[in-house]
Design a protein around this ligand. Structure first.
Ligand SMILES: [Zn+2]
Length: 289
């Protein structure tokens, strides 16, 4: 083989080798590209089905946030339902007389003819123990007996209402207008002197006013709706039974705090009616509301 040909052949072979190498390189490049593409698909596949921790966190966080908000909504709904059922319970409790948000049926207990040095302080003790506010229609001359002024002051301090029941416990309808007015003014003056306040309530003895006098007065005339005639008997059971069987919402009970039996009856009446769900309020609050 001539050298030249041989060199040419060699060059040709070299060129061929170079060409083959280039082709292989290109193929490798193609192969590389294919492999990379396949790798990318594989990574995508892995990412899709086996997310990396970072993306897993993100992917879990979003649904969790959604879940949380849904849970929050569910809890809110559940809370409302619980609230509603609590209200229902409250109503049920109210019906049973043991609490709840529903207003309780109101009732007023009133005491006439005091104050009495013995029975009235005992009554005030029992009312305080029971958290009950009452209304007292007091007689002027009884306020001035045996230093009973302190009892009037105590009534005021303990949240009871004080009303005028004349000075001498007289039938005002049998007096002339001037004397009738004087009966009220004298007791008004005593109450004002002790409490520093003008009384706005009046109840004349026997429920008797001279014609037109009730309208002339700038006072609330408090009548009564339940009268067990406690002054006619010392039988406590009888007084209690008369009241608790007759009583209804918004009734005004009439008792007399100058009798020990009436005080005992009052405590039992209050205990029974509170258990039945009644709320004791002062007479003016009952009449105004
Ligand atoms: Zn009276």
């Amino acid at each position: 083989m001539p050298k030249v040909w041989a060199r040419e052949q060699t060059e040709e072979q070299t060129t061929q080798r170079a060409s083959d190498q280039e082709k292989r390189k290109q193929d490798r490049g193609k192969g590389c590209g294919l492999k990379r593409w396949m790798q990318a698909v594989a990574v995508l596949y892995i990412l899709l089905f086996f997310p990396v921790p970072g993306s897993q966190y993100e992917e879990r966080t979003a649904p969790e946030a959604g879940e949380e908000s849904m849970q929050a909504e569910a809890e809110e709904v559940s809370g409302r339902e619980e609230g509603e059922s609590a209200d229902d319970t409250g109503c049920g409790e109210t019906e049973k007389g043991s609490g709840g948000n529903e207003p309780k049926p109101m009732i007023a207990i009133t005491f006439d003819d005091g104050p009495d040095a013995s029975s009235t302080p005992r009554l005030l003790d029992g009312l305080k123990e029971r958290g009950v506010r009452a209304t007292f229609f007091v007689i002027g001359e009884n306020i001035e007996k045996e230093d009973n002024r302190g009892i009037i002051k105590r009534m005021q301090e303990e949240g009871h209402e004080i009303g005028n029941h004349t000075y001498h416990h007289v039938d005002l309808s049998k007096l002339n207008s001037e004397d009738a007015h004087r009966e009220l003014m004298m007791t008004d003056g005593l109450i004002r002197e002790i409490t520093g306040e003008e009384t706005s309530l009046v109840r004349p003895p026997f429920g008797a006013f001279p014609d037109g006098m009730a309208e002339e007065l700038d006072k609330l005339y408090v009548k009564w709706t339940v009268d067990p005639l406690d002054w006619t008997t010392e039988n406590v059971d009888e007084i209690v039974q008369k009241v608790v069987t007759d009583v209804q919402e918004n009734d005004i009970i009439l008792l007399h705090d100058c009798y020990e039996s009436s005080v005992d009856a009052a405590f039992r009446i209050i205990d029974i009616l509170k258990d039945e769900g009644y709320e004791f309020v002062t007479a003016d609050r009952l009449l105004i509301e």
